[in-house]
Design a protein around this ligand. Structure first.
Ligand SMILES: [Zn+2]
Length: 201
């Protein structure tokens, strides 16, 4: 176990960070529409952005987590296409909602090894990367088993990251989530209802 490993950003945040993206308690989850823990940090991204490993480690799992569905009546759930990496410091890192997985179990990775591409698979309504850092090598998620990724990643001045996400059909929901006045004021009505292959693995 190496406590001195350093963490790097898997993709550089480009779009404004919404309340919904942050680690902690979400007041209105955009799949469940109720209060729910968020055990990671979400980085809104252009579909297909290359995702890099945040630290040195080994790939311990790749696969799909969730329900493949069509439409909102049968919610997509879970991490979608997921990569799990056991970092050399003993923590497990999760990369979720990917469109592509470019590593396999057993692969060794370093900071900035390209491991996959961003997407909108699983419980995702705007293309983004979900990153999660578990305190130990555990299957258990939840706030008590994780740390805030911002505690170990290089500091960024989020006030300078202000780009608006404009890609259709996701931008209307994103705009509500990015609202200064009431970032939790979105409903099922704001979700793209028609079949969108990009939601599905
Ligand atoms: Zn997330």
């Amino acid at each position: 176990m190496d406590d001195s490993i350093s963490y790097t950003w898997p993709i550089m945040p480009k779009y404004k960070v919404c309340e919904h993206d942050k680690y902690g308690i979400r007041k209105n989850h955009y799949v469940l529409f109720k209060t729910r823990e968020h055990s990671g940090f979400d980085i809104t991204a252009d579909y297909g952005t290359e995702v890099k490993s945040m630290a040195k480690g080994k790939v311990i799992f790749t696969g799909f987590d969730g329900t493949t569905t069509e439409g909102l009546e049968q919610f997509n759930m879970g991490y979608g296409n997921i990569i799990e990496i056991l970092n050399d410091d003993g923590r497990r890192c999760i990369y979720g909602h990917l469109s592509e997985i470019l590593v396999k179990e057993g692969d060794k990775v370093n900071n900035n090894t390209i491991i996959g591409k961003t997407g909108c698979t699983g419980g995702s309504r705007v293309p983004h990367l979900h990153i999660e850092i578990r305190r130990t090598n555990t299957n258990e998620t939840g706030l008590k088993n994780t740390i805030n990724p911002l505690d170990v990643l290089p500091k960024l001045d989020f006030s300078k990251i202000n780009l608006k996400y404009t890609t259709e059909p996701y931008s209307e929901l994103w705009k509500k989530m990015a609202s200064e006045e009431n970032p939790w004021d979105f409903t099922e009505e704001d979700i793209w209802y028609e079949e969108d292959k990009r939601y599905i693995k």
